[in-house]
Design a protein. Structure first.
Length: 400
């Protein structure tokens, strides 16, 4: 694709990268077939090829209008288009550049802006998020459905106290996960203790930064990355791995070196952190141990989060672990398609998110599984709020 980006922009690192990505797109449109919003809305501008054009025009003209904003806001950042693209177009990276530009030069309505400001100031801050979650839980009954679904159900996980071991791993707690599904990390701690590995947590750990990254809030994103790196660094020399049990956090942490590529003071630290970060499925599979299934379920419908299959490129690993434990995995149609959770998407684009959830739950339930398993807190809570009666769990909860 030909580009005519303004010279001054092209001389920046971001401008060079945007130019490279735009030029790598040959405009074939193969990506549209895998795009959930293109499938739902049938509008070229709601598919990856159209969005790439919109970003190109916006960067070339240096004008951010509401049309671009509408179509970029509707993108789930699921990156199914990247998996499908034969030319290796780094769509997610281009979208980040486009969203940064939009946030700086576009104009949002008052409610939309206020909602976005609220999200970036509350969710990544554990103390504030806990406070708001408790308030939301107390008034759940009067909240509209769109907000009610976002309030984590208060769960208490019993963290057993295990022995101190020589082999240790640091497990990330996340911001939403520690409120909504704390039982996931508790399950992992018990599993690993049974094999002589101690799980430790870092009380100073911060949000991974994915929320502000997706909302195009560059300043807060960089600060969050830096704070999180500072909190994790002291552990790196004595833990085997930094494990993410939420694929939405893992994908961002693994990408810290690219995201902090222009930051001389943090780049090498970002590389050290990223080298240690693994998804829990990678860690368990590299241990090469066997696990048992739980008694109450046998047939599992597996939903691979986009951040696992498209973002981290991990496919087949969880499936092998579950099958190894004795589960039967039922076939699931359109398994590459997003469930509609996509971070804050279910709050900011509720109608599209609900339609995608309905379709996903219909596909997951088709073969009458006993349980639906996934690997990210966002997908788990979003799917749990749907209308199917099949329980939705994190796959770790299925191992003994
Ligand atoms: S992003 Fe890839 S698949 Fe989509 S139009 Fe461009 S080259 Fe084709
Ligand atoms: S990231 Fe997902 S929703 Fe966005 S353009 Fe690509 S496939 Fe479509």
């Amino acid at each position: 694709m030909q580009t005519k980006l303004p010279q001054a922009f092209k001389e920046t690192k971001t401008g060079q990268r945007a130019d490279e990505i735009l030029r790598s797109c040959v405009h074939c449109g193969l990506c549209n077939a895998t795009c959930p919003t293109y499938q739902l809305l049938g509008d070229e501008l709601d598919g990856p090829r159209g969005r790439i054009y919109l970003i190109k025009e916006m960067l070339e003209s240096e004008q951010a209008d509401t049309v671009v904003q509408t179509h970029l806001d509707r993108c789930l950042t699921c990156r199914a288009c990247e998996t499908a693209c034969p030319s290796g177009v780094a769509y997610g990276e281009l979208l980040e550049i486009g969203r940064d530009f939009l946030e700086e030069h576009g104009k949002r309505g008052l409610i939309d802006s206020a909602m976005r400001r609220w999200l970036v100031s509350v969710v990544p801050d554990i103390v504030r998020f806990k406070r708001w979650s408790r308030l939301g839980a107390a008034f759940r009954w009067i909240l509209p459905r769109i907000l009610r679904e976002q309030v984590p159900r208060h769960r208490v996980a019993t963290h057993e106290v295990f022995e101190t071991r020589e082999r240790q791993v640091l497990v990330l707690q996340g911001c939403v996960q520690r409120m909504a599904t704390p039982q996931v990390n508790a399950s992992l701690a018990a599993l690993l203790d049974s094999r002589g590995i101690e799980v430790i947590f870092d009380d100073e750990e911060n949000c991974c930064g994915s929320l502000s990254l997706h909302l195009g809030n560059t300043r807060q994103t960089r600060t969050t990355f830096a704070n999180n790196i500072d909190a994790l660094l002291p552990f790196l020399d004595h833990v085997e791995a930094v494990i993410s049990t939420a694929s939405g956090c893992g994908v961002t942490l693994k990408d810290y070196p690219r995201l902090l590529g222009g930051d001389a003071s943090y780049f090498s630290k970002a590389c050290r952190v990223a080298e240690k970060v693994v998804d829990v499925s990678e860690y368990l599979s590299q241990l090469g141990l066997e696990w048992d299934k739980v008694a109450e379920f046998r047939r599992v419908a597996w939903h691979a989060p986009c951040t696992l299959q498209h973002g981290q490129g991990i496919t087949g690993t969880v499936e092998r672990l579950l099958q190894g434990a004795g589960y039967e995995l039922v076939p699931v149609r359109d398994s590459h398609i997003c469930c509609g959770s996509a971070g804050t998407y279910s709050l900011l684009q509720p109608q599209l998110a609900r339609t995608l959830r309905k379709q996903k739950l219909a596909a997951l339930s088709e073969q009458a599984p006993d349980v639906i398993a996934t690997a990210n807190v966002g997908c788990q809570t979003h799917l749990s709020n749907g209308d199917e009666n099949v329980p939705v769990v994190h796959w770790l909860e299925l191992l003994r």
